[in-house]
Design a protein around this ligand. Structure first.
Ligand SMILES: Nc1ncnc2c1ncn2[C@@H]1O[C@H](COP(=O)(O)OP(=O)(O)OP(=O)(O)O)[C@@H](O)[C@H]1O
Length: 314
């Protein structure tokens, strides 16, 4: 797979405050990559520079072999082959779903436009809603219209800035699945910015962890989750315990502790909390300085001694 996006030695400061610090990475064509980081880590700034909406101080950005430059060099910032979807997507209130999509490609010849609209309605599961107005749609359906509009003129690159942050938790889970489907079928290259690790793990082929304007790690979600290279990356993706083994410290996710009467390790429960899917046990153990977080299917009494093994999958 060839690289569609090449970012080389990009830096950006605002008021002498370095926000992006000498970042380089490539994105292969067709990949969905998620930039994950805390608030203020520079995610949106990086995305906006890739889209040509913000000037970089140093470095180069290439998309499909074309150099991307910001507003300082472009009278009309942005590029035809790069589209944005943000949490503040706007649908025209007095236009139907079909007309909203159609407005993006009004310059297509009639026949091509109609064919493309039908394709997008089908891809985004909106065929039944073609004649509906935005206020007649659920938040998830509106989100899908926004994505159909962003895909309408067949961009090479789709940039999504926190597209799910206005949706409630239940809706988000459903929409996440639908969006994964749409993006994969559309075969478009996507950069998604999020501060939610669940978005990243569910949607992305690769995840970039951005820490204070620097890349902390880029890997597949599974690799990042199982083998984080820093405690920042580790904690970002979910709870992790640090245990001492053979003189070194190792990170172990709670689900890798398996309770067993004949387990190798021992500990004492200091707290047991019901968390829905399982109980969270806080456990004092000689193998860790801090309390361990261990999952249990059943409630266990505080003060009880337990034994457990560490079982890491491949
Ligand atoms: N136009 C600007 N002028 C001055 N400072 C800015 C500007 N844009 C961003 N910043 C600053 O740059 C830093 C990074 O901002 P950015 O929006 O890229 O972070 P982020 O990781 O996307 O944060 P969030 O998740 O909160 O959106 C912040 O400290 C922000 O205040």
């Amino acid at each position: 797979m060839s690289s569609l996006v090449q970012v080389q030695n990009i830096s950006k400061s605002f008021d002498n405050n370095a926000v992006i610090k000498n970042i380089s990475f490539d994105i292969p064509e067709g990949e969905v990559i998620c930039i994950l980081g805390q608030s203020g880590s520079g995610k949106s700034t990086l995305l906006r520079m890739i889209g040509g909406l913000e000037d970089a101080d140093e470095g180069t950005i290439m998309v499909d072999n074309e150099e991307i430059t910001g507003p300082a060099k472009n009278l009309v910032p942005g590029y035809d082959f790069i589209n944005f979807v943000s949490q503040h997507f706007k649908l025209e209130r007095f236009r139907t779903v079909k007309d909203n999509i159609s407005s993006v490609i009004s310059y297509y010849p009639d026949e091509d436009r109609e064919a493309r609209i039908q394709e997008l309605l089908e891809l985004c599961k909106l065929t039944e809603k073609a004649k509906s107005f935005p206020h007649e749609l659920s938040g998830g359906q509106q989100q899908r219209v926004a994505i159909a509009m962003a895909l309408a003129d067949e961009p090479f690159l789709l940039l999504m800035d926190e597209p799910f942050s206005n949706l409630d938790v239940n809706m988000k889970t459903e929409i996440r699945g639908e969006i994964v489907d749409i993006l994969k079928k559309a075969e478009v290259t996507v950069i998604l910015v999020s501060h939610d690790p669940v978005d990243a793990m569910a949607i992305a082929d690769r995840v970039m962890i951005l820490e204070n304007g620097e890349i902390s790690q880029i890997d597949s979600p599974k690799e990042l989750y199982e083998n984080p290279k820093s405690s920042y990356a580790a904690q970002f993706l979910g709870p992790i315990n640090y245990i001492q083994t053979n003189g070194s410290v190792e990170g172990v996710r709670p689900e890798h502790f398996v309770l067993s009467d004949s387990g190798t390790h021992e500990g004492k429960i200091s707290q047991c909390l019901f968390m829905g899917m399982h109980y969270h046990l806080s456990v004092n153990s000689g193998i860790a300085e801090s309390k361990l977080l261990i999952y249990s299917k059943e409630a266990l009494p505080v003060g009880q001694s337990i034994r457990f093994d560490i079982e890491k999958g491949s």
